[in-house]
Design a protein around this ligand. Structure first.
Ligand code: HEM
Length: 194
């Protein structure tokens, strides 16, 4: 935090300065918000998706080397951030249609991740799938700053969970999705360990 407040940089007007108090607060809030809720939701999805696919969970217990691929597949199958929005600053053409300047556009990551032209049998959860480049962390200049950390957190969490609790069931009557405008995941997901 001290370094964030004291480091000098050249701003967009060519002026050398440190971050203002407000800029430091906003930056910290973005990183804390973007970094916590998303990975928390990812771990929640690990709990539900693997309970729904016990054969795949057993494959991970038997061969933990499959875990990184399983994280990619859960990120594809249940993206914690299911959409990305943009404000259109100039007319732009997509698929033969012009989207006028001033429009709001919403890109549905959840749908792109289930595109059958990109992923064969997209509604099938498969920890051995070669997911490759996926859109769950966005694309381009705003690509997620924390993608590598999120993948690491997901992998470590799943390794530790499976080591202690190789089997669980969900009490679906008690499970509840969270109501948020940005991320999608479980508000509560009661598990029965056994
Ligand atoms: C599973 C976990 C995560 C998911 C699904 C996720 C998803 C995303 C997505 C889709 C974007 C692009 C948004 C856009 O283009 O408008 C983004 C940006 C960002 N993410 Fe993540 N994220 C995750 C974890 C993290 C973590 C752990 C951190 C930091 C510790 C983080 C920090 C950020 C920041 C700072 C940006 C803004 C980057 C920019 O605008 O240049 N995220 N994230």
């Amino acid at each position: 935090m001290t370094r964030l407040l004291t480091t000098e940089f050249e701003d967009e007007d060519g002026k050398t300065r440190t971050l203002t108090h407000d800029e430091a607060i906003v930056y910290t809030t973005v990183v804390a918000g973007a970094g916590n809720e998303t990975t928390g939701r990812l771990i929640g999805w690990l709990g539900s998706v693997l309970a729904q696919n016990p054969d795949q969970r057993q494959a991970l217990v038997d061969d933990p080397a499959l875990i990184p691929g399983a994280i990619e597949e859960v990120l594809r199958y249940e993206p914690p951030g299911p959409f990305i929005a943009r404000y259109v600053t100039q007319d732009v053409e997509y698929h033969g249609r012009t989207i006028p300047e001033g429009s709001a556009m919403m890109f549905i990551v959840g749908a792109a991740n289930r595109d059958e032209n990109r992923y064969p049998d997209p509604d099938r959860f498969d920890v051995r799938r070669q997911v490759g480049q996926q859109l769950t962390f966005g694309l381009g200049v705003h690509y997620c700053l924390g993608a590598a950390l999120a993948r690491l957190e997901g992998r470590v969490a799943l390794e530790e969970i499976l080591r202690r609790f190789p089997r669980w069931e969900v009490d679906w009557d008690g499970a509840e999705l969270a109501q948020t405008s940005t991320v999608r995941g479980w508000e509560t997901l009661p598990l029965i360990i056994g």
